[in-house]
Design a protein around this ligand. Structure first.
Ligand code: SF4
Length: 356
């Protein structure tokens, strides 16, 4: 294999990227209209690990409900999480809410890198994107899309998540950041990664950088960026108890720490339980009000650090008992008129099967 080298200068690189952007870049995204730091910030948080097409409807609904920082800061957390339901990575929503409160309190939207980076949920790349797009200040981004483009362009064969490799990528990204047209450049790099230098099989024939791209010129573009070295993650199991009375289902608020914190889920018992064990467990909660118990099919939900095997069990009740009364941590969720609360994706899916 020939040595991995590239000779593209920053000037040539900018020229190619801007020419491509002027013809092909995205210029009509909802957050590019009526541009403001607030709108750019919300879009950047939603776009973390999420594609543009998925984000658009969420962004529009979110902005309709919370048109400005004041509205978001004043909203109950449940409402914020509700509008995030299905988008995943709920910490983003919790941090967004907390950050809105901080910005409202200080009564000014930060426009310096270190100030932005100090806010919950805003890392170096997101801070750079906000500065570049909303404030037109020279700042560097290195989100997933840009990382992919630069890794391939420079033929970096190490896993980009490793600190040494990541530092090198930041250096390259900073070296290539222009002083002019920074908002267009930032958008161009994100678009290039999202539409041309895509994961798996990039569209190199349509890429303005193909002549300089080390990965492409060495035929290794499909193998880069290298995936994280495999780590075996543990498996846990749980039985979900779905207490159903008429068209209502009992939901409990998850504790403020651990998985799905602050979202609403169903009661659960550890492990995949047998019918006898489930009946025994439910007895104290339901007295003699169980009508039937339906065992569902076990399925797997994978978190970043473990797999969770879930056995859903629907317990149909004849009547309610005082042990199942509503309180702040415990509600009867109406399947016909769902309330605006945050639900983890597997719970949302399970509840939708109960209404069919
Ligand atoms: S030539 Fe191909 S691999 Fe290289 S940057 Fe362009 S799309 Fe990505």
């Amino acid at each position: 294999m020939p040595p991995l080298t590239t000779s593209i200068s920053p000037q040539k690189f900018h020229q190619l990227v801007f020419a491509w952007f002027d013809l092909n870049g995205r210029k009509n995204l909802p957050w590019q209209q009526n541009k403001s730091p607030y709108r750019v910030w919300i879009s950047e948080i939603m776009l973390q690990q999420t594609q543009v097409a998925t984000v658009i409807p969420y962004f529009l609904r979110f902005l309709e409900k919370f048109p400005d920082i004041q509205a978001l800061a004043a909203a109950p957390q449940d409402e914020v999480l509700h509008l995030w339901t299905g988008l995943g990575y709920y910490n983003r929503a919790r941090n967004l809410h907390q950050t809105a409160k901080i910005i409202q309190q200080q009564n000014y939207f930060p426009d310096e890198l270190n100030e932005l980076e100090n806010l919950p949920g805003i890392g170096r790349s997101t801070a750079g994107a906000i500065l570049a797009i909303a404030f037109e200040k020279t700042a560097t981004i290195l989100d997933g899309n840009v990382k992919r483009v630069l890794t391939r362009l420079m033929g970096i064969t190490e896993w980009p998540g490793e600190k040494k490799t990541l530092d090198r990528l930041w250096q390259i990204a900073e070296h290539l950041t222009p002083k002019k047209r920074i908002a267009d450049y930032t958008q161009a790099m994100m678009d290039l990664g999202a539409t041309v230098c895509v994961r798996g099989k990039p569209h190199c024939s349509a890429c303005p950088l193909k002549a300089a791209c080390i990965a492409h010129n060495n035929g290794i573009e499909r193998t880069l960026p290298r995936p994280k070295p495999k780590k075996i993650i543990p498996t846990r199991a749980v039985t979900f108890l779905i207490f159903k009375y008429q068209d209502k289902v009992l939901l409990l608020k998850r504790p403020p720490a651990g998985v799905w914190q602050g979202l609403w889920s169903v009661p659960e018992i550890p492990g995949l339980q047998s019918l006898t064990q489930i009946k025994k467990h439910c007895k104290t909660m339901t007295a003699h009000s169980i009508q039937t118990i339906e065992l569902g099919e076990c399925f797997r939900h994978t978190f970043s650090h473990f797999h969770l095997d879930i056995l859903p069990v629907v317990i149909h009740l004849k009547k309610l008992t005082p042990q199942l009364n509503e309180d702040a941590q415990n509600i009867w969720y109406n399947l016909s008129h769902p309330s605006a609360i945050g639900l983890p994706a597997p719970i949302k899916k399970l509840l939708s099967t109960l209404t069919q």
